[in-house]
Design a protein around this ligand. Structure first.
Ligand code: ASP
Ligand code: MG
Length: 420
């Protein structure tokens, strides 16, 4: 089979010289099989973490524009080195920064969104028979500044390029064998899922599954890009993410995901008048803080004050506090925060048409002695905010309760052998 393929290698897959050469060998093998190949690389190993730590050592509040100039260097290193390795294997490779590759973003530094991909230079490289290597996680803004796409953003680079050049598949090579029914570090008997729908994958990425960046899945769904998430250390097939119409039978429950990176903000003394919730949410939105679960307790009597609680990613807590401070002093609100929150979620396309899933989730957590602090649902997801330390036990209990490790017990068989 030959076609156009985008291959993305994560940080652990290019961490040292041997792994980088192995990635180069895989890229070359794809080319030798007759494909046009674009490879997107992440920064090596913990490079991005080191760069962030370096910035924080210099300045408590680094300028976001300069932060992006710094962070974007990690991916450039990987690409230049990989091009050298590919050249040594007797193939022509050209490395490009995100900007050279034509990835145009908005101006929100450190969390930029891709607006357009002007892939002429990539196409030209492919037409000249070269393997094109593109630095992941970065682009150039409409104001001509270097931007980065948020942690894990190389996945989004890969999917965006796959869409732009009409690739047949976007292969995401990573340090795990695919998408699992739960994090195998917590649930050793978790099962590798051969196929997941975009809708399920979106909920999984949004609720803590670290394997694909949320935006990359959104982008893939919107542009119909087929993703194959697989191990860079073996040839085994991984997990293919496809449209729901391509899945034959919907599983009741597909996976249990979790996060221990949640923080809760409680605002006390909220006036019970129209418009206040809007002002609170707007203040957070302007600061680019994503609110997840929201609970508002109605005041007991007319004219009394209400309480409002919501969760945010812990890394956004400082921004959330700063964003709310002016409103708090204007309206006399009291703001409390709790940093050690976690979340468990149960996801499955089949729950749309199946009552009783929530009852089973709550009963299971209750039997584990886990206190549920907040709940939110979507048509295919039930999430519970719980204390951070209760997370591992809760994940194991839910995985067992829905029998997710058993091949074909609750999940129906699916004929996807040809893709995986
Ligand atoms: N290097 C960036 C990060 O560590 C982007 C990526 O790996 O996708 O988040
Ligand atoms: Mg990653």
């Amino acid at each position: 089979m030959s076609g156009t393929v985008v291959m993305k290698f994560g940080g652990t897959s290019v961490a040292d010289a041997e792994r980088l050469r192995r990635a180069a060998t895989r890229i070359v093998a794809k080319r030798e099989a007759g494909n046009r190949v674009v490879a997107v690389l992440s920064a090596r190993g913990k490079t991005t973490d080191f760069l962030i730590a370096e910035a924080q050592e210099i300045s408590p509040n680094p300028d976001p524009r300069e932060m992006d100039m710094l962070l974007s260097t990690g991916e450039r290193q990987s690409c230049a080195l990989c091009a050298m390795a590919i050249n040594d294997l007797g193939h022509r490779a050209i490395s490009l920064t995100g900007s050279q590759a034509g990835i145009v973003t908005d101006t929100s530094h450190t969390k930029a969104r891709i607006l357009d991909v002007r892939a002429d230079r990539i196409r030209q490289g492919l037409d000249e028979d070269a393997i094109v290597l593109v630095a992941g996680f970065q682009g150039v803004s409409t104001a001509k500044d270097v931007t980065t796409l948020g942690r894990g953003g190389s996945d989004t680079t890969a999917v965006a390029l796959a869409a732009a050049i009409g690739a047949d598949i976007c292969e995401i090579y990573t340090d795990v064998a695919g998408v699992f029914s739960a994090d195998p570090r917590i649930v050793p008997e978790a099962r590798k899922l051969p196929v997941v729908s975009f809708e399920e994958m979106l909920e999984m990425s949004a609720s803590g599954a670290g394997v694909l960046q949320l935006r990359s899945v959104e982008y893939a769904r919107n542009h119909g890009v087929r993703i194959h998430c697989r191990s860079s250390f073996s040839d085994e097939p991984g997990t293919v993410v496809v449209g729901e119409e391509e899945t034959v039978e919907q599983p009741l429950i597909t996976a249990v995901t979790h996060s221990t990176e949640e923080a809760r903000v409680t605002i006390k003394g909220v006036p019970d008048t129209p418009g206040i919730a809007g002002r609170i949410a707007t203040a957070l939105a302007v600061a680019n803080v994503n609110i997840d679960m929201i609970i508002q307790n109605e005041p007991v009597s007319e004219g009394a004050l209400a309480d409002m609680s919501f969760t945010v990613p812990r890394s956004d807590l400082t921004d959330a506090r700063a964003a709310l401070a002016p409103l708090a002093s204007e309206l006399g609100l009291e703001i409390q925060t709790d940093e050690a929150m976690g979340k468990v979620s149960v996801i499955g396309a089949g729950m749309k048409s199946h009552p009783g899933v929530a009852a089973k989730v709550f009963t299971t957590l209750g039997a584990e002695g886990v206190n549920i602090e907040m709940i939110s649902t979507s048509p295919i997801k039930i999430s519970c905010v719980i204390s951070g330390e209760a997370v591992p036990g809760a994940v194991r209990a839910l995985h067992a309760a829905f029998a997710l490790s058993g091949e074909g017990t609750i999940r129906a068989e699916r004929p996807f052998g040809e893709f995986v």
